[in-house]
Design a protein around this ligand. Sequence first.
Ligand SMILES: O=C(CO)[C@H](O)[C@H](O)COP(=O)(O)O
Length: 248
Amino acid sequence: MKTSGGSDAMKRRAGESAAETVDDGDVVGLGTGSTAAHAIRAIGARVDGGLDVRGVATSFASRELAVEAGIPLRDLDEVTGPDAGGIDVAIDGADRVALGDGVADRVRGTDRVVGDLIKGGGGAHAREKLVDSAADRFVVVADPSKETEILDRPVPVEVLPSARGVVADAVRAAGGEATLRRAERKDGPVVTDNGNLLLDCEFGEIPDPEALATTLATTPGVLEHGLFVGLADEIHVGTAEGVRILET
Ligand SMILES: O=C(CO)[C@H](O)[C@H](O)COP(=O)(O)O
């Protein structure tokens, strides 16, 4: 499982805290990345102790880890649709978590945080978004290095291989710069679990993630982008002292 920096102890605290919110009988979305991996291991330990859950993996890597941890798995299409029970909770990591100033426009008048995310550092954001948005409750696990006032990192965009140039042109027209993600241990690009390519799209600060999300989502050739706007319900931030739980 790839790790993206930050303290592993803090990530573990966040993952274990989120795993504690899973109830007996739940269908659980299992996120991707080193922080979500801690949650998967902690859920596995609870399954060993008798917890009855079904997991829905968001990537090849999270499936592999869930099998190792002894979590029974279901396919997404087995648990969603008119006659299925759905996903009770999804637990997933993030590359950036926008907290705003605590009273951002969308939640002004409350003490809740914004909670918009950039995901896709592991290139799994297409399936992550499917699972996380289908869940009744989406719990984000992070360490403090992910927190920011305004989203400010490149947005991963999964594209059909032949659409690479078309999407890069559209990103440029929207004020950004697209860079093909290259593999570290092979010559050539990273290929996603879905057989597509990834463009990391630099826009600088993103003051209006909702507008950019609409632009990217409506660009032909884009399979999915890594802006998760208005999806997170809770954010568990592992710290040196313990865990901070924020609500959106
Ligand atoms: O979005 C993701 C994968 O596509 C990950 O959740 C994100 O990159 C965070 O990873 P980590 O917990 O290793 O920092």
